[in-house]
Design a protein around this ligand. Structure first.
Ligand SMILES: *Cc1c(COP(=O)(O)O)cnc(C)c1O
Length: 223
């Protein structure tokens, strides 16, 4: 088994490789360490090795870890958002990746704390996955000019798991095309594409990912 240190170094090399293949700069890709079911000691180790962004899926679990964590790190909410847990989110997170309905934004806006968010799109047509569709995205984007605290910064997607990441290249490309279209049509300047996980982040980077969410490849298999 490799250590967290080795794993992070190897991922950084692979990120650099993917960037080089398409003429992008490594500094344009943010590595978000996904820490669901990872204990705080191992998260601290990853932070000491230079990871500055961590993603959590569940509010209850995130609260225990984030309160008192300290340090110069940003926490990202990447999991499905339950309406009854929204009130905890402003104190915990800098980024919300998984916004798929307007009520979430509206509710978070009411807390008065500046937060960045991404719209989650479901581009794989799988009913089990969360995320919205392009038509509903447009209906939400139409209203973002009314926001004062909540700042839309981009799009997120989660393709189905496949053995060969080439199979989901088209999904990553679609997300980038939708971002371009929506920016153009609504005169916005959203720049973030949160896409790519342990099994497919290199393909996602080749297609424009600015944030890759990586758990297993850093911390090993989850229990
Ligand atoms: C768990 C999770 C990840 C990380 O998955 P790995 O395959 O372990 O890298 C990324 N994004 C979301 C939304 C997740 O739930």
């Amino acid at each position: 088994m490799s250590t967290i240190e080795d794993s992070i170094q190897r991922i950084r090399e692979r990120i650099a490789g993917a960037c080089a293949r398409v003429g992008r700069s490594e500094s344009d890709v943010r590595l978000v360490g996904v820490t669901k079911r990872v204990d705080v000691d191992r998260i601290r180790l990853a932070a000491s090795l230079g990871i500055r962004d961590f993603g959590e899926n569940y509010i209850q679990e995130a609260m225990k870890k984030i309160e008192g964590f300290g340090g110069d790190v940003s926490w990202h909410m990447i999991g499905h958002i339950q309406s009854n847990k929204l009130k905890y989110m402003p104190a915990l997170f800098s980024y919300i990746h998984s916004v798929d309905r307007w009520e979430i934004i509206q509710d978070l806006e009411s807390y008065g704390k500046p937060m960045k968010f991404l719209f989650e799109l479901n581009l794989s047509g799988e009913a089990s996955k969360h995320g919205t569709q392009e038509d509903n995205l447009r209906r939400m984007v139409e209203k973002v000019h009314t926001l004062r605290c909540m700042e839309p910064v981009g799009l997120m997607t989660m393709p189905p798991y496949v053995d060969d990441p080439e199979e989901v290249r088209g999904i990553f490309r679609s997300l980038r095309e939708i971002l371009d279209r929506v920016n153009r049509e609504f005169s916005l300047n959203m720049g973030e594409l949160s896409m790519g996980m342990s099994s497919d982040f290199e393909v996602a980077i080749e297609e424009g990912a600015t944030m890759v969410r990586i758990g297993t490849a850093i911390f090993g298999e989850r229990q």
